[in-house]
Design a protein around this ligand. Structure first.
Ligand code: ZN
Length: 274
């Protein structure tokens, strides 16, 4: 089991966690709170554009950990799949512009497309955009999503499936994201984390509330749910991961809080539960 963290050097927060804040407000609040890193969701710079956001982030001194998110490769038509690949190439350019070394991929699923076919389309789509990622020096990271999202968000639902794509495509620019919300339940988690090894590009934390009131926007604060966070962090670190730990909480409840108070709550939970 990992040792408790004693400072905020590895603390990164997703702008989605503090969704009510604009990008500039998030930068200001994270900096004020002593948070080290920021993962930026695309809609947070949609209006100003990636170039302007990049300048703002560069000036902030925060570490830009990743851009969320790319993916959504499967589609019913060849044209739709090509459009998805073009969109991913644009997202890669945006990541380069904001100084993000990594894009998290939510790989996609389409109701009616069988999951194994969707996984083939995902693997083909990633293979197609990988050269663009390599040229831009931006890594792509496959995040397995909880199976409750297999209908329309991702046909990659276990770390094993994510690892399989990584081992098939064999590129230094492709790895996996371990998100405890999606994979805490998986009996193969420990061994698949070990298998992923240095291909673990990022690590996302929150907690699983009981009961979960909404399958999208009811993630818990670390420590208020049933995820054995400290053990999972230990496995990830045993596999060699020493990077930022990203707090990603979608929560209708927390989005109603004063966001400064929320960040302080994250810092408290960080020291006790992560
Ligand atoms: Zn995540």
């Amino acid at each position: 089991m990992a040792q408790p963290l004693t400072d905020y050097q590895r603390l990164c927060i997703h702008t989605m966690t503090t969704k009510p804040l604009s990008l500039s407000e998030a930068i200001e609040e994270y900096t004020r709170a002593g948070v080290s890193g920021i993962t930026v969701w695309r809609h947070h710079f949609e209006e100003m554009g990636a170039k302007e956001a990049g300048k703002m982030l560069d000036d902030s001194g925060l570490e830009v950990v990743s851009l969320c998110r790319g993916g959504f490769f499967p589609a019913r038509s060849a044209q739709g799949r090509e459009a998805a690949r073009d969109e991913n190439r644009r997202i890669i350019d945006e990541a380069a512009a904001i100084g993000a070394p990594l894009i998290v991929l939510v790989c996609g699923a389409v109701p009616g497309i069988p999951l194994d076919e969707a996984r083939r389309q995902i693997s083909d789509g990633i293979a197609d955009v990988l050269p663009h990622a390599a040229a831009a020096e931006v890594k792509l990271s496959i995040e397995a999503l909880h199976p409750m999202y297999a209908d329309e968000r991702s046909a990659i639902n276990t770390l094993e499936q994510a690892n399989n794509v990584v081992s098939t495509l064999r590129s230094p620019w492709l790895g996996v994201t371990v998100d405890v919300y999606h994979c805490w339940w998986d009996p193969m988690l420990k061994s698949e984390i070990a298998r992923a090894g240095n291909r673990i590009f990022s690590f996302h934390v929150c907690d699983w509330r009981t009961p979960t009131r909404d399958i999208l926007n009811d993630r818990g604060m670390m420590g208020e749910g049933c995820i054995d966070l400290r053990s999972i962090r230990g496995w990830v670190e045993d596999a060699g991961f020493r990077g930022p730990i990203e707090v990603e909480i979608f929560s209708d409840e927390f989005w109603q809080w004063d966001q400064r108070a929320l960040i302080e709550q994250i810092k408290r939970a960080w020291l006790v539960h992560v």
